[in-house]
Design a protein around this ligand. Structure first.
Ligand code: FE2
Ligand code: FE2
Length: 224
C-alpha cells in the first residue's frame, strides 16, 4: 500500500471512530474531486429521462443490481486480493440496497422490473478497450468500474436537480454522493496493487475513452 493510501485509510478510520458515517461520506465526497469525466451529459439526456421516467426507473434498477453483481464478481474472480475484499462486499451490499430502494419506488408507481434486459452497448464498448494480460485486465476492470460509477454520479445529480418532489430529489442526491464514493473506492483499490503513476495514467485513458463512448450512444431514457 502506498504512503498516500495509508494516510487516507488512517484519516478515514479516525473520522469513522470519532464521528461515524456522516463525516466519512463527506470525506469521500471531497476525495471524489480527484475524479473527472471528459464529457458532461447533454441537456437532451435529462430531458429524455424526465419524459419517460418509468423506463428510466426500470433501467436504473437493473444498473444497481448489476453494480452489486460487479462488486461480487471481483470477490469471486480475485479471492487472493485480501486487501480489497471487505470493501468490495460493502460496495455490493450498498448497491443491492440501492436496488431495493429503486424497486420500492417502482412498486409504489405500479412499475414492474423489465422482462428482458438488453445488452448494454456502454459496458460492452468499455470492455472491448481492455488491455490483455491478467494484471493489466485486473487494473482495467477496477478503473472501468470507477468511471462507470463516476458517470452514474454525474447523471444522478442531473436527475436529483430535475426532480419536483422533495423526497425523490433527496433520494437521487443520496445516490449521487454514494456513486461518487464508489468511483473513488475502485481507484483506491487499484492503488493497493499498482503504483500511482500507472493508476492515474490508466485512469486518464479510461476517462477519455468513456467520454468518447458515452457520446456515441444514442440518447435514451436509460442511465447509459
Ligand atoms: Fe448504486
Ligand atoms: Fe455505485
Amino acid at each position: 500500500m502506498s504512503e498516500r493510501s495509508k494516510k487516507v485509510n488512517k484519516f478515514r478510520f479516525e473520522l469513522t471512530c470519532n464521528h461515524g458515517i456522516c463525516l466519512r461520506t463527506i470525506l469521500y465526497t471531497i476525495m471524489k474531486l480527484n475524479l473527472d469525466i471528459a464529457c458532461p451529459s447533454p441537456p437532451a439526456w435529462i430531458e429524455a429521462v424526465m419524459n419517460d421516467f418509468d423506463t428510466f426507473l426500470q433501467d436504473h434498477a437493473d444498473c444497481e443490481r448489476k453494480a452489486s453483481a460487479t462488486a461480487m464478481s471481483f470477490v469471486a474472480k480475485y479471492p487472493d486480493r485480501l486487501e480489497i475484499i471487505p470493501e468490495l462486499i460493502e460496495t455490493a451490499v450498498e448497491e443491492l440496497e440501492h436496488f431495493q430502494q429503486v424497486y420500492a419506488i417502482m412498486e409504489k408507481r405500479g412499475i414492474q422490473l423489465a422482462h428482458s434486459i438488453p445488452k448494454d452497448p456502454y459496458i460492452i464498448g468499455l470492455m472491448q478497450l481492455c488491455h490483455s494480460g491478467i494484471k493489466e485486465r485486473f487494473l482495467d476492470r477496477l478503473l472501468i468500474a470507477s468511471v462507470v460509477e463516476t458517470r452514474g454520479a454525474e447523471r444522478f445529480k442531473l436527475v436529483a436537480d430535475a426532480q419536483t418532489e422533495e423526497e425523490m430529489a433527496r433520494f437521487y442526491k443520496m445516490l449521487w454522493i454514494s456513486e461518487a464514493k464508489h468511483g473513488h473506492i475502485y481507484v483506491k483499490m487499484a492503488l493497493n496493487y499498482f503504483d500511482e503513476q500507472k493508476v492515474y495514467d490508466r485512469l486518464a485513458y479510461w476517462v477519455k475513452h468513456e467520454g468518447n463512448l458515452i457520446q456515441s450512444i444514442p440518447i435514451r431514457p436509460r442511465l447509459h
